[in-house]
Design a protein around this ligand. Sequence first.
Ligand code: ADP
Ligand code: ADP
Ligand code: ZN
Length: 215
Amino acid sequence: MKLVLLGPPGAGKGTQAAMLVEKLGIPQISTGDMLRAAVKAQSPMGMKAKECMDSGALVPDEVVVGIVRERLQENDCQAGFILDGFPRTVPQADALKDVLAELGKDLDSVVSLEVDTDALVERLTGRRTCGACGKGFHLKFDPPGVDGKCRACGGELVHRDDDKEVTIRNRMDVYHQQTAPLEDYYRKEGLLQAIDGMQEIFAVQQQIVSILQAV
Ligand code: ADP
Ligand code: ADP
Ligand code: ZN
């Protein structure tokens, strides 16, 4: 299964991708996670990306395309993959097509999660991520353990700097200007499947799974 999860910040892409990894045994490729790892490691690429990420802007296409190109060549992507947060611009989608063509592959499906702006803001302000294992939580909708720590590993939870209200607004604008055109892009290719992402986490998961079964 070669899948793209599309949707604005906070739509539930990471949450759904992590559940699909368990179910399908194929890797989640999150450009956001990979960029945050590069920032943490203070690699030259991470240092360049940091400024864009802090302001809620997109990192340049050639940087993310380079990361994804390398990642898709790894062995664990042979049986399929879940792209989470990539592509985010039309040039990225074009580049993805080229990279997959070089590898003799193409996408099976693009699932788009549709969520109202107010709900997105509430999801992002309440989002917490385990600093140790990376698992995602929500203070209200998917609460961590009673001690306020990760339910999976007991690690400390972090609130991303870009999940503060000012930056969230920027990221929403960026989504509408640069990423939303991909809905039409993939609709024209006959790949787009839109889902009501306002449903609760397990209902969304069930719907994605039934879409993938029909592909
Ligand atoms: P979210 O899960 O809230 O949508 P991500 O973790 O995917 O956010 O991304 C965090 C930040 O990393 C983005 O705001 C952007 O700066 C950068 N980023 C992630 N993926 C891409 C991409 N495909 N193209 C450009 N920038 C990206
Ligand atoms: P994205 O990767 O699209 O930015 P996430 O998967 O990180 O989004 O979800 C954003 C926040 O919303 C997280 O705190 C997550 O626990 C929560 N969340 C995800 N899906 C739902 C849902 N269907 N209903 C309520 N909260 C959700
Ligand atoms: Zn953890």
